[in-house]
Design a binder for this molecule. Structure first.
Ligand SMILES: [Zn+2]
Length: 423
């Protein structure tokens, strides 16, 4: 597939890092808890629109041709000598969780821009075109469906359905795209990439603890999100005997503790993870038994078989809780993706490229979802991870990867890209 390169190009790490910091100013806020400056650039908000326009300005300054598709994904193309060949696609996202750092997603997008800037600096013409993509609502924080843009572009979600999804205030994806000026005209699936690569922070402690420069990502583990609505009965906390209660809060707690017990049992593999991260308790008063809890469950597992087992046993346990606590529990699935393995040949190319640059690396399965998992359904795909400090904390203003770490990752991205661009 890929030709071996004799000469290695290297990026301008200072320029990459400056771009990360500049984009990080859009949506910057002072975090009350840590006193640090974080980023709040929730998808399709005014601030995210501002971030989009800034990155597009940089794309245009680098000579790229920009289009926006019908779900608001942005694609910027650098021409190839044989411009009709399927392009290499590099991408990620610039939307953020409300309490983010400056690296998540942005490293992939601005890393790809740095690849283009480096090719421009060295006046490198490539046979195949290079396209940078950034994709709408990767985080799923605002509209509840992660990888929304890439999943719609690659066919897992239908456009009509994606348009109708509402945020907590009842605002739709379509309406919000229109409001920020990113309801594009380009058809979905307008490009059929030769391959897709994404450089991303690891968002976990493994690479840093092992002292590695690079992670070669083997795939993304299975992910399942649910939203539970538990209906009990409000009652006075002092006058209602315990046997008369239908306490929605107790029901939610029992399910949360059950998940922890399931993990401890080891019967669902040793990598099962479960989190009940969002709780909305009604009426939320100190002296009233809660009549309603809306809560979330986030399940992860590297094995589809174990995930299935977890879900079916959770279903049975929910019925037990309904009966024993006298509550009614309804739930809906808000996200569900199986284990997504990445392309072996692209992984090998990334590993070989890291070797040729003298960078240490290891294969690693991603614990988080990424746009790459969607593109992997349409073309050969893999990812480059870079380590993060403070146990790889992410979705937090403390998120931090040093200039060296980001530079190493993007140098791998650049040189692995050249193999595709000239194949
Ligand atoms: Zn991300």
């Amino acid at each position: 597939m890929a030709k071996t390169l004799t000469k290695k190009l290297t990026i301008n790490g200072g320029r990459l890092y400056a771009a990360l910091k500049d984009l990080g100013k859009v949506g910057a806020y002072k975090d009350e808890n840590s006193g640090l400056v974080g980023v709040n650039r929730l998808a399709l908000t005014e601030k995210e629109g501002e971030g989009r326009r800034l990155v597009i300005k940089w794309f245009k300054e680098a000579g790229l041709k920009v289009v926006v598709d019908k779900i608001g994904n942005v694609y910027a193309k650098r021409e190839g000598q044989d411009d009709d060949l399927p392009p290499l696609l590099l991408g990620s996202h610039i939307d953020s969780v409300p309490t983010a750092g400056i690296f998540d997603g942005c490293l992939g997008v601005l890393g790809a821009l740095e690849v283009v800037r480096t090719l421009n600096d060295h006046k490198v013409a490539t046979r195949r075109p290079l396209v940078i993509g950034f994709f709408t609502e990767e985080e799923g924080c605002r509209f509840g469906t992660d990888m929304l843009g890439s999943a719609t572009a690659t066919g897992r979600l239908k456009l009509a359905d994606a348009y109708q999804i509402k945020d907590r205030d009842g605002l739709t994806v379509r309406g919000e795209l229109e409001k920020i000026g990113f309801l594009g005209k380009t058809e979905l699936g307008h490009i059929k990439p030769r391959a897709y690569m994404e450089c991303h922070i690891e968002q976990g402690p493994i690479l840093r603890h092992k002292g590695l420069d690079i992670g070669v990502v083997t795939g993304v583990q299975a992910i399942s999100w649910r939203e539970l609505t538990i209906l009990g009965k409000s009652a006075h906390a002092g006058t209602t005997p315990m046997s008369f209660r239908k306490d929605a809060g107790v029901a939610a707690s029992r399910i949360n503790v059950k998940l922890r017990e399931m993990i401890a049992s080891g019967r669902y593999g040793h990598e099962m993870r479960a989190t009940m991260g969002s709780w909305k308790v009604n009426p939320g008063m100190v002296n009233i038994v809660p009549n309603k809890v809306i809560c979330s469950i986030d399940l992860r597992n590297p094995s589809d078989a174990f995930m299935k087992k977890v879900e079916s046993e959770l279903d049975s346990f929910i019925k037990v809780v309904e009966k024993e606590e006298g509550v009614k529990i309804e739930w809906r699935s808000t996200a569900k993706t199986p284990l997504v393995p990445f392309d072996e040949s692209v992984q090998q190319l990334i590993a070989d490229t890291a070797d040729s640059l003298g960078l240490s690396h290891e294969r690693i399965l991603s614990g988080a979802g990424h746009d790459a998992q969607e593109w992997s359904h349409v073309c050969p795909t893999a990812m480059v991870f870079v380590p993060g400090e403070y146990d790889g904390i992410s979705h937090n203003p403390r998120e931090f990867s040093a200039e060296r770490q980001c530079t190493d990752g993007v140098n791998v991205l650049l040189n692995a890209s050249l193999a595709f661009l000239n194949d």
